[in-house]
Design a protein around this ligand. Sequence first.
Ligand code: FES
Length: 163
Amino acid sequence: MSDTLAYTAEQLQTIHDLVARYPHPRSALLPVLHLTQDAFGYLSMEAQQLVADTLGLRLMVVREVVTFYTMFRETPAGKYRLEVCTNAGCTLNGAVELVRHMCETLGIKVGETTPDGLFTVTEVECAGACGGAPVVQINNVYHEKMTPEKMDALIAEMREEAA
Ligand code: FES
């Protein structure tokens, strides 16, 4: 049982509504994990235990899903999550070079967060927008046909916004 994390009454109602859509609470696991990640910033072990307790699942079942999907984070991320699709379609259109450029520009490696806490760069699986390859999701907003120049401009905008 989680000692310090708890859902709000509103979040519990949302979870209740999600569970009601399915024949088994386990089927609501993905949306409940998204809700939990949005609520607490990332899925710590404590947050995963909270999900398990709330849905009546074993922690192992929750962990299997969390560790399978790249969209779930087990560690805190920066204010801006730069998620680059590196599946085949995006890689053929420059995603690898784009990631390299972003990491050089920000002075971090894939999976790391800049020391100022602003940016985290990750590689993700197909974002489902292959026609716009290469695709970068920034805090769940898609940016398509990205280039190093476009990325530099976006990074500058985000820095300005955060200042
Ligand atoms: S391969 Fe990148 S969006 Fe599909």
